[in-house]
Design a protein around this ligand. Structure first.
Ligand SMILES: [Zn+2]
Length: 238
């Protein structure tokens, strides 16, 4: 049974009730979840599950075959009773801010340098973004100038929109999304699209803020060359 992904529909839900679907030792599958599973360059949510007056810490969350598997610090005592989920909101919100900022930077780099984001990773207190350029990089990108341009862009508020559309509809689109869609498994017929006004449009299953104003201040720590056509950006929220 596919787990209902509440975090994808509304990233701001911090608490919810869920029914147990299956248990295997410390591993539990629920009918629904607010816990984001590790993936897409983002680590899983932290938090805890309450069953009656017992509390179980959620150590890890993974996706497997449509099911979302929660690893608890010890096995659930009762296999029937509904549970209340609580996510660590400060951890999640920081991830949402980083993740949305990575979308903004990817979109900006595509529009201004024709660069494609090839991978990203959000760590505890920074994020990195790998960019592939269409030809050999001759000029350096001045760090302060890039940072200022991004801050100017984010000085205005931009809404983040999410919708699920058919693969065929996505394939007809132009721009970065068309390139990236080829990398997604052919079995995927429905695709979740995340659009930030005219800045960025990508297929993404992650958690985002509703408006770019929520990202807050940030700085670009480093721009590193990675071979002739690649660069790595290191970014930190302030
Ligand atoms: Zn995303």
């Amino acid at each position: 049974m596919k787990t209902m992904e509440i975090y994808a529909e509304n990233s701001y839900i911090k608490e919810c009730e869920a029914q147990i679907v299956s248990i295997n030792g410390n591993l539990v599958v629920f009918d629904r979840t607010i816990f984001y599973p590790v993936g897409g360059g983002q680590s899983s949510d932290k938090g805890f599950i309450k069953q009656g007056d017992k509390i179980y810490e959620v150590i890890n969350v993974k996706k497997g075959d449509g099911e979302i598997i929660h690893e608890l610090d010890h096995p659930l005592r009762d296999t029937q009773q509904a549970c209340i989920m609580h996510i660590d909101w400060s951890w999640r919100f920081q991830n949402m801010r980083y993740h949305t900022l990575l979308h903004v930077i990817s979109g900006y780099m595509y529009q201004h340098y024709n660069a494609l984001a090839t991978s990203s990773q959000i760590e505890k207190d920074y994020a990195r973004l790998e960019l592939a350029f269409s030809s050999e990089i001759i000029e350096d990108i001045p760090l302060e100038q890039l940072e200022q341009s991004l801050k100017n862009l984010l000085a205005q508020s931009h809404n983040v929109h999410t919708k699920t559309i058919s693969r065929r509809e996505v394939e007809q689109k132009e721009g970065t999304i068309k390139t990236i869609i080829n990398l997604l498994p052919a079995s995927l017929s429905e695709i979740r699209i995340v659009k930030i006004d005219d800045i960025d449009e990508q297929a993404c299953g992650g958690t985002h803020v509703n408006n770019t104003i929520e990202i807050g201040d940030f700085s670009i720590i480093k721009i590193q060359n990675k071979g002739a056509t690649k660069k790595r950006l290191k970014i930190q929220l302030l």
